[in-house]
Write a protein that binds this ligand. Structure first.
Ligand SMILES: [Zn+2]
Length: 155
């Protein structure tokens, strides 16, 4: 049984180059090395579009400081281009799988907000908008809040 309330889904990238591979096992080992109990994300979508469950939804994740208690963390493999610059490197299969997963999660947890990790950066000038100059980091390297706003409206 789920004992925590879910009202937020945070999208991440692994900040790895689109030319390299990061397997679910490698990702888990990286996070274990941080001293965490396992992978910090709940789902991981590799470049082939496969959705890997990494942590049960009942367990609090380790992916967005200050927002873990009520959220689900979803990461896709990539986020950096071949030169190591932040870029939307999602493959067509990743885009499809991400949308399917989010659709299912939003139906399971109505009223859930979807945003990118960078949208949780502090609003430094207090104008109510998290602007690019305020991003702590670029993760997930695309505008997740904008891309999935229709998913939320269709609920
Ligand atoms: Zn992130």
């Amino acid at each position: 049984m789920l004992t925590r309330k879910i009202n937020l889904i945070v999208i991440h990238c692994t900040a790895s180059r689109c030319t390299s591979t990061l397997t679910p096992q490698q990702l888990e080992r990286m996070h274990l090395a941080n001293g965490w109990s396992g992978c910090g994300y709940h789902y991981y979508i590799t470049r082939d579009g496969r959705i890997h469950p990494m942590r049960p939804i009942s367990a609090v994740g380790a992916h967005a400081k200050g927002y873990n208690t009520n959220s689900i963390g979803v990461a896709y493999e990539g986020g950096l281009d071949a030169n190591g610059k932040p870029a939307d490197t999602r493959t067509p299969m990743q885009i499809l799988s991400l949308r399917m997963l989010l659709q299912a999660l939003v139906r399971t947890f109505p009223g859930t907000r979807i945003c990118g990790h960078r949208d949780l950066s502090p609003d430094l000038n207090g104008n109510g908008i998290i602007e690019p100059s305020e991003y702590i980091k670029m993760c997930p390297c695309f505008n997740a809040a904008e891309e999935y706003k229709l998913l939320i409206r269709e609920q």
